[in-house]
Design a protein around this ligand. Structure first.
Ligand code: U7K
Length: 268
């Protein structure tokens, strides 16, 4: 049977970071569904990383896309951050921001919002600098491969973060489960997984182009995580939906899990 799921090749040829950023990450004065979801995710990430429970040396962001919002709280709790994406143009977009190149996307209003959550809106420029300093590498990744980062040798991470990536990268549930197993190998036993997913989403628009998404339920995600050697510690589902012009979804899942310690008896 032929599958119409968006291929990796289509991502390389047709994914436009600019169109995507302008559609989903314009943090304007008029409140949109997209910015409500963004603010919600920023609040959850700030709870996770600033309450001090999730911290360590190395955090790897899987499928960073062209965005950095997801790292704004994490950069306070991790010494080193590695960002990764399959598409060259997404990695280039992030590098532009890291290097403060002219024409880089302006994240400052999002950074200010996070600083306000963390207690001091005025520290936004320092936070930008901190994040730029903590991102040590920008790597290619492919979650469908047994070694998602290829031959790049990194120590196992203390935390993996992944937002809206796996459901876009995986065409069916078995592929999704395998991708989680592939990611498991990048994480220390006892290490944290922070996952954000648009539930039951089957597509998202970028300009006039439709990109596929694997519709997943909370139950499918939990079962897949368990099979892949993770346990879920915190699962929140929020009844937030993207604008129907761009996407179909039924809520946003925010999950914090851990890699099981497979050596018997020892629990971190
Ligand atoms: C709704 C609303 C907005 C998908 C979920 C539904 C978005 C992120 C984005 C992206 C890969 C691979 C493709 C990554 C193929 C790693 C994800 C980076 C959005 C939604 C939804 N979704 S935005 O598409 C913007 O940048 N990704 C990969 C897909 C590249 C193979 C292999 N390994 N992505 N998704």
């Amino acid at each position: 049977m032929e599958s119409n799921f968006t291929t990796k090749d289509t991502y390389l040829k047709h994914f436009s970071p600019r169109t995507y950023l302008e559609t989903y990450y314009t943090f304007g004065p008029s409140i949109s569904k997209e910015s409500e979801i963004l603010m919600h995710n920023l609040r959850k990430l700030s709870e996770t990383f600033s309450l001090g429970r999730v911290k360590g040396d190395l955090l790897i962001d899987i499928g960073t896309g062209p965005t950095i919002y997801q790292l704004l709280s994490a950069c306070e709790s991790f010494k080193e951050i590695v960002v990764t994406d399959y598409t060259d143009q997404n990695r280039e977009e992030v590098i532009q921001w890291l290097k403060k190149e002219p024409g880089a996307f302006d994240w400052s209003s999002v950074v200010k919002y996070v600083c306000e959550l963390e207690g001091d809106r005025e520290k936004w420029a320092e936070k930008e600098e901190k994040l730029r300093e903590r991102v040590k590498q920008v790597l290619k990744c492919d979650v469908t491969q047994a070694q998602p980062l290829g031959p790049a040798s990194l120590p196992q991470a203390d935390c993996l973060l992944t937002a809206y990536c796996l459901e876009a990268a995986c065409k069916d549930l078995p592929t999704y489960q395998q991708a989680l197993k592939n990611l498991n190998s990048l994480l220390k036993p006892g290490g944290f997984l922070v996952l954000i997913c648009a539930l039951k989403s089957n597509y998202y628009m970028m300009g006039n182009e439709r990109f596929s998404c694997l519709p997943l339920t909370q139950e499918e995600i939990e079962a897949s995580l368990e099979k892949a050697g993770f346990m879920s510690e915190q699962i929140d589902v929020f009844p937030l939906n993207f604008s129907r012009t761009y996407t179909y979804n039924e809520g946003i899942l925010y999950l914090v899990g851990r890699k099981l310690n497979t050596s018997m008896g020892i629990q971190n």
